[in-house]
Write a new protein. Structure first.
Length: 255
């Protein structure tokens, strides 16, 4: 074992995640405990290894993302040595998850989930919409590279959603916003007014859009659908709250 402290750091992350999975009542308590542990024993977080990626389950991957967001909200990110991480990942990468999120500058997904170099695959596009290129990237991330979870994360007060509900027509943006249109029809008709001036309507469309993309991933990729059905990978959605920094995760079965 060449770097016992570095190895301890990854297992410490997993231990924190398992505390949450076991029913820890306070995300803040868990993330503070992780931060205190890092300070006490002098460990730093490192990227996943081939062995740790193989050992993790889809549910554990989600729990790690939850724990990371809890640390971000509490202001206790893990200690990282980015220069060392660059060298460690130069010859290979073993991310445990792939995240599709919005282009919005207020939602830098690695930061809000407290993940570092080599931890997650990240695809970003306005409105976190799905196209063939992103879908193919997800297939690469999961089938080829071994990621165990796909997370689609939108956010509150989304400009792309506002543009879609207002019918904005602007160059190539028009086609992108058209991908969000089906989500608008999924919001109950009694939510009024149905325009960008109504924050409730905008946020309901954001959630509907995330669920739409989750559905499209299953419908348009036989590779990913089979992996999901066999329990090899997980698929979750989420909404990032711009005002609090919290990510609310949900699955297809959640209402």
């Amino acid at each position: 074992m060449k770097n016992p402290l570095h190895r301890l750091s990854w297992f410490a992350v997993l231990a924190t995640a398992m505390l949450l999975a076991a029913g820890c009542q306070s995300h803040k308590q868990a993330c503070c405990s992780m931060s205190a542990t890092a300070r006490t024993v002098g460990v730093v977080a490192i990227p996943p290894t081939k062995e740790s990626q193989a050992a993790i389950t889809p549910q554990q991957a989600l729990t790690i993302l939850r724990a990371g967001n809890a640390r971000f909200v509490a202001g206790h990110p893990l200690v990282r040595n980015q220069s060392a991480d660059v060298k460690a990942t130069a010859s290979g990468q073993y991310p445990f998850a792939v995240v599709l999120s919005c282009l919005d500058s207020r939602q830098p997904i690695e930061i809000v989930l407290d993940q570092g170099i080599g931890d997650i695959f990240s695809a970003r596009v306005a409105g976190n919409v799905l196209n063939d290129d992103i879908l193919g990237s997800m297939e690469f991330a999961c089938k080829v590279s071994g990621a165990k979870l796909i997370a689609v994360i939108g956010h509150s007060n989304c400009g792309a959603i506002k543009g879609a509900v207002d019918g904005v027509d602007l160059g190539n943006l028009t086609g992108l916003l058209a991908r969000i249109q089906p989500a608008i029809g999924r919001v109950p008709a009694d939510v009024q007014p149905r325009n960008s001036k109504n924050p409730e309507f905008v946020d309901k469309v954001s959630e509907a859009n995330v669920r739409l993309v989750m559905q499209q991933i299953r419908e348009r990729s036989p590779i990913l659908r089979e992996m999901i059905d066999q329990g090899q990978i997980g698929l979750v959605g989420g909404i990032y709250d711009l005002s609090t920094g919290e990510v609310h995760f949900y699955s297809n079965s959640d209402k």
